[in-house]
Ligand binder design. Structure first.
Ligand SMILES: Nc1ncnc2c1ncn2[C@@H]1O[C@H](COP(=O)(O)OP(=O)(O)OP(=O)(O)O)[C@@H](O)[C@H]1O
Length: 222
């Protein structure tokens, strides 16, 4: 279970303070799919960063099974994140000169030998529906839908219990979007906790709980 308690996030610049999130509380139950909707600029990516241990909130707490993420040292938090949280970035963050399979194993090359990482990566790439011919190709060779699929495979490599997805169906046509949502639904059925943010209201249809981030607050829709 993840508990977000009274989380606020602001940025301070020479021009003054910008408040992005204000006093948000949310409990995330294991094995459930949460979708957070919101218009562009609402603070969805910032919120995910705070939940994922990537961005310290200005005030408030993020607890994973009673461990307060931001009380951990940077190193311990990084380790915790790699073990428990898979993150699907909005802009993928692939390294362009590495093959697809190498991109998938990269986050773990300091934790585990390549000879055990490769078979896991290949199993996941097959599971997410990437054709084996593409494994040695480069990110620029992939379609948008394939990039989203590879990003999901990479996020799952460490066998995390929580999958955090930033706009995982962004820029896809309706058919590709449905395919991606069905893939997330498959992992949800395997017991994965999914936290997804998106601008696309249609994308929330398979989730267990739906919220909207608006005016710095979370409103429950479903
Ligand atoms: N370091 C920063 N300093 C000041 N403002 C920031 C900083 N980082 C992000 N912002 C602002 O915070 C707001 C929320 O950004 P965020 O990326 O979380 O929005 P979003 O809801 O994910 O948008 P989109 O749907 O377009 O991805 C934006 O207005 C952005 O410009």
């Amino acid at each position: 279970m993840i508990e977000i308690r009274n989380l606020s996030k602001s940025f301070t610049h020479s021009t003054g303070q910008i408040d992005i999130l204000h006093n948000i509380s949310l409990t995330i139950e294991k094995g459930q799919w949460y979708t957070i909707l919101g218009p562009s600029g609402a603070g969805k990516t910032i919120f995910l960063g705070c939940i994922a241990g990537l961005l310290p909130p200005t005030t408030g707490e993020v607890l994973y099974d009673d461990i307060e993420l931001y009380q951990l040292s940077d190193k311990a938090r990084g380790n915790y994140r790699r073990k428990h949280i898979g993150f699907v970035y909005q802009n993928f963050k692939f390294l362009p000169h590495y093959s697809i399979v190498d991109n998938v194993i990269l986050p773990f090359i300091h934790d585990e030998p390549k000879k055990t990482l490769y078979p896991k990566a290949i199993t996941l790439l097959e599971q997410v529906g990437i054709h084996p011919e593409l494994f040695e190709r480069f990110p620029e060779d992939l379609s948008s839908e394939e990039k989203h699929r590879v990003a999901i495979a990479r996020a799952l490599l460490g066998n995390p219990s929580i999958l955090i997805c930033d706009e995982p169906t962004g820029n896809l046509n309706a058919e590709s979007r449905n395919e991606l949502l069905n893939l997330l639904s498959f992992y949800r059925a395997q017991g994965q906790t999914i936290i997804m943010v998106t601008r696309d209201e249609e994308a929330a249809r398979l989730s267990d709980y739906t919220y909207k981030l608006i005016d710095k607050q979370l409103i429950k829709l479903k």
